[in-house]
Design a protein around this ligand. Structure first.
Ligand SMILES: Cc1cc2nc3c(=O)[nH]c(=O)nc-3n(C[C@H](O)[C@H](O)[C@H](O)COP(=O)(O)OP(=O)(O)OC[C@H]3O[C@@H](n4cnc5c(N)ncnc54)[C@H](O)[C@@H]3O)c2cc1C
Length: 363
């Protein structure tokens, strides 16, 4: 094994999780190698990239918004600078009220400011923006934005290929052999001190993480042309409508489907998303395409970070559900510190909360 190359970290997966973690580890001076099978249907390549501080029917502040969102905004702004392209935009998000009743509920809650500064303003009159239907007003959110995830990953991958830290190949878990100091991977002629699985929902298919309560769900987005619709904001009501770089184009998302997943795009997703778009604009639109991917959701709806209970050379960075874009930067820094021997993982994200399932797992 003399012709093997040594790395500190071997990362499997270069979706948003693997990409951000690789950058964190490299910034700490670690020797990192990433394997990635760049599937076009990986969740990160399909995602609309929305970072939304307040979400859902209850219009609640998202989990740990103050610890994760400012870190994500700063992180992606730094990447914009570094790569010389605006992948991230801090566009305001307009949560459109669907009815006078919904408006009244928001106003009643506003006095207590449950959104802790992420709601900039609530409008109670019809909002005049090109092509927008918002007769009951809406709430303007700040502190979020949207990221062109697929384009950013392509830019980082091209750097990874040029600098030699990315191999665009399928990784075969079965070929990994633990030795005293870490692992050896003969097909890649390499040794590594530590391996981190960043394969999204595919973590369930690895021989080491099938015991975790990942509950993958499939989602679709539509790419649409809506000439005349204002692109100065992200629209949100049932669906989100995120401006695309091409004038008059938007990404509309997203649906949630539980297994068994359909193999080919069906009419249901298109019908659902087109219907939601039609409730936000009276303008005619054209569907340009549909993309689908599988979200790595977790039973308790919190990410999964940390060491495997029995294999000291192996960790996981995943379980990002529908929030990988806003959560990955802060949590990658947390995991990189932890693996480097400084800092603890938050109790609500550590893999250790599920260790009892591992001991209960057969074999
Ligand atoms: C329709 C849809 C819309 C979404 N919209 C948003 C949004 O607006 N905002 C947001 O924050 N999140 C959104 N999400 C969720 C977001 O996409 C995920 O949280 C995030 O992308 C998960 O990233 P990941 O890197 O963990 O996994 P993935 O993106 O799945 O990346 C895993 C990578 O590992 C690779 N891989 C797997 N197995 C192997 C192997 N054996 N060898 C080599 N490579 C391997 C895969 O090919 C892939 O490239 C959306 C998801 C969907 C499906």
């Amino acid at each position: 094994m003399t012709d093997f190359t040594d790395f500190d970290y071997l990362l499997i997966g270069h979706g948003i999780a693997g990409a951000v973690l690789a950058r964190e580890l490299r910034a700490r001076g670690q020797r990192v190698l990433v394997y990635d099978e760049p599937r076009p249907d990986a969740a990160s390549r399909v995602a609309a990239g929305l970072m939304n501080p307040v979400a859902g029917k209850r219009f609640a502040l998202t989990w740990r918004a103050h610890e994760t969102l400012p870190a994500a905004v700063a992180y992606y702004q730094a990447l914009n600078e570094e790569l010389g392209e605006e992948f991230f935009q801090a566009t305001p998000i307009l949560k459109v009220f669907g009815s006078a009743q919904e408006q009244a509920q928001m106003l009643a809650r506003a006095a207590d400011d449950p959104w802790q500064g992420f709601v900039e303003k609530i409008e109670t009159e019809s909002i005049a923006r090109a092509g927008l239907l918002a007769p009951h007003g809406g709430a303007w959110l700040r502190g979020g934005g949207h990221l062109r995830v697929e384009a950013l990953l392509a830019a980082l991958a091209s750097r990874g290929r040029a600098e030699g830290w990315l191999r665009e190949e399928t990784f075969t878990w079965q070929a990994l052999v633990a030795d005293g100091a870490g692992v050896a991977y003969a097909p890649g002629r390499l040794r590594a001190g530590h391996v981190v699985c960043c394969t999204g929902a595919a973590a369930l298919a690895s021989p080491h993480f099938s015991w975790l309560p990942l509950t993958p769900n499939q989602g679709a987005v539509l790419d649409v042309a809506v000439p005349g619709l204002s692109a100065a904001q992200v629209l949100n009501r049932g669906a989100y409508v995120v401006p695309a770089p091409a004038p008059g184009q938007f990404r509309v998302g997203a649906t949630y489907r539980w297994p068994p997943f359909a193999e080919v795009p069906g009419d249901d997703d298109q019908r659902e998303l087109a219907g939601r778009l039609a409730s936000l604009t009276p303008l005619p639109f054209e569907v340009l395409g549909e993309r689908r991917g599988v979200r790595p959701a977790v039973r308790d709806r919190r990410p999964l970070l940390g060491r495997h209970p029995a294999l000291p050379w192996l960790s996981l960075f995943g379980g990002f559900g529908s929030k990988g874009v806003s959560l990955a930067p802060r949590l990658a820094s947390l995991l990189a510190d932890y693996l480097g021997g400084s800092g603890e993982l938050w109790p609500d994200v550590t893999l250790a909360r599920y260790y009892p399932l591992f001991s209960a797992a057969p074999g």
